[in-house]
Write a protein that binds this ligand. Structure first.
Ligand SMILES: [Zn+2]
Length: 429
């Protein structure tokens, strides 16, 4: 059971190199479970007990399982996560030719840990917008093959490398794609046209634009002498997306359940499809068009905002408060910050702890050291938009925002179990 779940996560990570692909992977799994796609541009005819989902910008998704009775009675059980991860994005006019190499200029998306991007076998994926027969269309592409690399500088040429080394993102990050002759002028858009033909059999007249990012082709894997860990890219926050989806699909619930996964968390959530935009509120208002009913329902609802936490690292244990060092494989972490960088309060934390106890799932708590700044996530943003009670939780990981992060191999099952219990719970506080 646990092995099947972990393998499901590894497969999901492989299929989801970008937020666009993650959204598609989630949508495919929802459709396979009988969820119907809603188009935001159409009128909706939803029915009690129905299962639906919608996407925005192809990169954010909301799944809705309507209860047998109105959500006005029992409230809505919401779980939130995010689809994006820090990465290197290709610039609009990326072609560089230096020393006989063809390289692409990249922008850093989010707070990426840059050093681990060197010496990796990189591929490229994302969304391409093109013109075909006079019409503008978009398609997702994924080169899948390792087509690029950012080689390190040899230590002989940088003797200070192990004493701390600042990375200049403009000069040092452009990945190398090919070696070219002096008069050759490779065209990135022509490469994308070829990829559209190869992957989708589409003959594009011209590639108009794209959002493409590099990713590591090494698959996620179970590692450790006894298989204690899962190593992989984008665990922040596809680990939570996968757990929430599994919980939603498993939960046999009479109540209204929602799963929302927003893009753009890593860059502040402020966008049309981000948590700081109107997507979730607009969706819920369409289900509850009466303003009074809307407020009454939200006040009976609860959001579990799931995003990874920092486990205490044996080599850097002093980075944690001595009493608040979450351990890998010791269950989900309730994240608390009195300055509301996390939206958790004593009631919502108490309810989550109660769910964990009832399910015999171990639970931990995290508060940042008092002399350090605290991260944040979609929890406080969604709470302040909707006015919904919220608890911020997440699984402990190492190397957050690296190209290869690490979590405990027992923790995914823990999180799925408690989120499933949340979706199933008859009464909210
Ligand atoms: Zn995150």
């Amino acid at each position: 059971m646990r092995e099947a779940l972990n393998q499901g996560l590894i497969d999901f990570l492989k299929a989801s190199p970008t937020p666009f692909h993650a959204t598609t992977s989630l949508a495919m799994r929802l459709e396979a479970a009988g969820y119907q796609r809603l188009d935001e541009r159409d009128t909706w005819a939803t029915v009690a007990g129905g299962r639906y989902y919608l996407t925005r910008n192809d990169s954010s998704i909301i799944a809705i399982k309507l209860g047998r009775h109105s959500p006005l009675i029992g409230g809505i059980r919401l779980v939130g996560a995010h689809t994006d991860s820090p990465c290197l994005r290709v610039k609009p006019q990326p072609e560089l030719q230096r020393q006989g190499f063809w390289q692409l200029g990249v922008e850093v998306y989010g707070g990426a840990l840059l050093a681990p991007w060197f010496d990796r076998d990189l591929s490229l994926a994302g969304r391409v917008t093109f013109r075909r027969d006079g019409k503008v269309e978009s398609q997702l592409v994924d080169f899948k093959m390792p087509i690029a690399v950012i080689p390190n500088l040899a230590i002989h040429l940088n003797r200070e490398a192990n004493q701390g080394w600042a990375i200049n993102a403009q000069n040092e990050l452009p990945p190398i794609l090919a070696q070219v002759a002096g008069d050759e002028r490779p065209d990135f858009r022509a490469l994308l046209t070829e990829q559209l033909a190869r992957e989708h059999g589409l003959n594009a007249d011209v590639v108009l634009d794209y959002e493409l990012s590099f990713y590591d082709t090494q698959n996620a894997a179970v590692v450790g002498l006894h298989g204690e860990f899962i190593a992989g890219a984008r665990l922040d926050n596809l680990l939570s997306c996968y757990a929430a989806l599994q919980a939603l699909l498993n939960a046999d619930s009479e109540e209204t359940c929602v799963f929302v996964a927003n893009d753009h968390e890593e860059i502040g959530s402020c966008s049309a499809c981000g948590a700081d935009g109107p997507m979730l509120e607009q969706t819920l208002r369409r289900l509850l068009p009466d303003g009074d009913d809307f407020v009454r329902t939200i006040q009976r609802s609860l959001l579990v905002s799931a995003d990874n936490a920092h486990g205490v690292h044996p080599n850097y244990a002093d980075k944690h408060d001595a009493n608040h060092g979450p351990k890998l494989n010791a269950g989900p972490v309730i994240k608390v910050n009195s300055n509301q960088r996390y939206a958790t309060n004593s009631e919502t934390a108490g309810f989550f702890r109660h769910l964990c106890m009832a399910e015999e799932v171990p639970v931990q708590s995290f508060v940042v050291r008092s002399d350090m700044g605290c991260g944040s996530t979609i929890g406080p943003i969604t709470a302040s938009h909707l006015g919904v009670r919220t608890v911020d939780i997440g699984l402990p990981t190492f190397a957050m925002h690296s190209i290869r992060e690490l979590c405990g191999s027992q923790d995914l099952a823990h999180l799925v179990k408690v989120l499933e219990a949340f979706y199933r719970s008859r009464e909210l506080p």
